[in-house]
Design a protein around this ligand. Structure first.
Ligand SMILES: NC(=O)c1ccc[n+]([C@@H]2O[C@H](COP(=O)([O-])OP(=O)(O)OC[C@H]3O[C@@H](n4cnc5c(N)ncnc54)[C@H](OP(=O)(O)O)[C@@H]3O)[C@@H](O)[C@H]2O)c1
Length: 360
C-alpha cells in the first residue's frame, strides 16, 4: 500500500490517563508517517503486551513489541523493503519515552535496526509473543554463563543453555503455571524455559515444581546449594531462590527488580533525581543483604533490542523453532477482552504465555 493510500487515522490501544487496564480505550489517532531516514512504517498484525506496558504510569499509546508488514521505509533503510513481514521492538537504549511506541495499533513507526525479517513459518501472533521474552532470556542467560565462567564454574551445556540433559521426575502435581517455577530456578542440567514460550521439543522441562504448593519451602523441593544459575522473573521469587544457589559460586540473574542506579540512568538516557538514585541504590543494598555471607553473585538485566547481535541471536532461536510460542490472543476490537487480559498481566496473574493483541 502506498503511503498516500493510508487512512489519516487509525485505531490504537491507549491509556488515556494514568490508569489501570480497566481504563484503556481504543482511540482514533493520527496514522504515523516516516519521520527519519532509519524509520520503517509497519501495518501491525499482532502486538505483544508486556508487563511493563501495563505498569507505565503515563497517558500512552501501548505496545512495545509487534509483528506486521512493512508499508514504507526511510531513505537510509536498506535491509527491509515494503511488503516484508517483520517483527521487532520499539525501544533501543536509552529508552526514548518522548516517542510513545504505540505498537498496539493498526500502524506503527519503528526503527529498522530494531526489527527482524519474520520467517514465513512463524505466525505473526507467535512472533509478537516470542521476541521480547526470548531476547531478554538470551541476554540474561548469556550474562549468567559469563558470570559462572568468571567464577570458575563449568558453564551450562547446550548451545543456548536450553538443551535438556537429564530428564527427571519429582512426583509433584504438574500444572502449566508450575513450569515457571522450575524455569526460574533451573539447575544447569535442566532445561531453562522462557516465560511466554514453551520449548518445541517434548521433555523440554526436566522437572516441574509448583511454586504455590511449596511456597516458602522451595528448598524442600530443590536441594539447597544445588543450583548454579537462577533466572529470576518475579520480584517475590528472588528471596526463595537464593538458598538454592551454590554458596560458593552460584549466580542469579534477575529481570524483575530495581535496576542499579547507573543502569537506570542509562535506560532513561539522562541523570536522574538524587532521590530516585538513592532509592535504587538502597534496593541494591537489600539484594546485597540477601546474599550476605555467600559467594553468590547477583546481576540485573534490562532486556533491550539495541544490541543488534542479541536481537539476531533471539531471531535465530525463534526461526529455528527452538522455542514455541504460547500466545494468549485477544482481538483489538474486543476492548472488554483486551482490558481483562491486560489486567491479568498487570497483576502478574497472566498465567503461562504472552498476551498478544491481534490487530489484523
Ligand atoms: N528486565 C526486563 O528486561 C524484563 C523483560 C520482561 C519482563 N520483565 C519483568 O519480569 C516480570 C515477569 O514478567 P512476565 O511477562 O514474564 O510474566 P508475568 O505475567 O508477571 O508472569 C506471570 C506468571 O508468573 C507466575 N508467578 C507469579 N509469581 C510467581 C512466583 N513467586 N514464583 C514463580 N512463578 C510465579 C504466575 O503463576 P500463577 O498465575 O500461577 O501465580 C504466572 O504464570 C515482570 O515484573 C516484568 O516487568 C522484565
Amino acid at each position: 500500500m502506498a503511503m498516500t493510500e493510508l487512512p489519516p487515522t487509525m485505531r490504537s490501544l491507549v491509556a488515556p490517563t494514568y490508569c489501570k487496564p480497566a481504563g484503556y480505550e481504543i482511540q482514533e489517532v493520527p496514522t504515523p508517517t516516516i519521520q527519519g531516514p532509519n524509520d520503517i512504517l509497519i501495518q501491525v498484525h499482532a502486538a505483544g503486551i508486556m508487563t511493563a506496558d501495563t505498569l507505565m504510569a503515563l497517558p500512552i499509546k501501548l505496545g512495545i513489541v509487534a509483528s506486521g508488514v512493512v508499508i514504507a521505509t526511510g531513505s537510509a533503510v536498506t535491509t527491509l523493503r515494503p511488503g516484508d513481514a517483520v517483527y521487532g521492538m520499539a525501544f533501543g537504549r536509552p529508552i526514548d519515552y518522548g516517542a510513545p511506541p504505540g505498537f498496539c495499533a493498526e500502524y506503527a513507526l519503528g526503527r529498522a535496526d530494531l526489527f527482524l525479517s519474520k520467517p514465513a513459518h512463524v505466525a505473526f501472533e507467535d512472533a509478537a509473543a516470542l521476541l521480547g521474552n526470548v531476547l531478554t532470556a538470551v541476554q540474561s542467560i548469556e550474562l549468567g554463563h559469563r558470570l559462572l565462567g568468571e567464577g570458575g564454574r563449568e558453564q551450562p551445556a547446550g548451545q543456548d543453555g536450553l538443551r535438556p540433559r537429564r530428564p527427571e521426575r519429582d512426583g509433584l502435581r504438574r500444572r502449566p503455571a508450575a513450569e515457571d517455577g522450575l524455569r526460574r530456578r533451573a539447575r544447569h542440567r535442566h532445561r531453562v524455559h522462557v516465560q511466554g514460550a514453551a520449548p518445541a521439543a517434548p521433555r523440554a522441562v526436566d522437572r516441574v515444581i509448583d511454586y504455590q504448593r511449596c511456597a516458602g519451602r522451595l528448598a524442600d523441593a530443590v536441594p539447597p546449594g544445588s543450583v548454579d544459575l537462577a533466572y529470576n522473573t518475579q520480584f517475590a521469587a528472588l528471596r526463595g531462590a537464593i538458598p538454592l544457589l551454590r554458596r560458593d559460586a552460584g549466580v542469579v540473574v534477575s529481570i524483575a527488580g530495581v535496576p542499579p542506579p547507573p543502569l537506570l540512568c542509562q535506560l532513561v538516557g539522562r541523570p536522574l533525581p538524587l532521590l530516585v538514585r538513592w532509592m535504587a541504590g538502597l534496593a541494591q543494598w537489600w539484594y546485597a543483604f540477601l546474599l550476605w555471607g555467600t559467594g553468590v553473585r547477583y546481576a540485573f538485566v534490562s532486556g533491550g533490542a539495541g544490541r543488534r547481535e542479541d536481537l539476531e541471536r533471539a531471531g535465530e532461536i525463534i526461526a529455528r523453532g527452538k522455542v514455541r510460542a504460547l500466545a494468549n490472543v485477544v482481538r483489538l476490537e474486543d476492548i472488554g477482552a483486551v482490558r481483562e487480559a491486560c489486567q491479568m498481566v498487570y497483576t502478574g496473574k497472566g498465567g503461562v504465555g504472552q498476551l498478544v493483541v491481534k490487530v489484523v
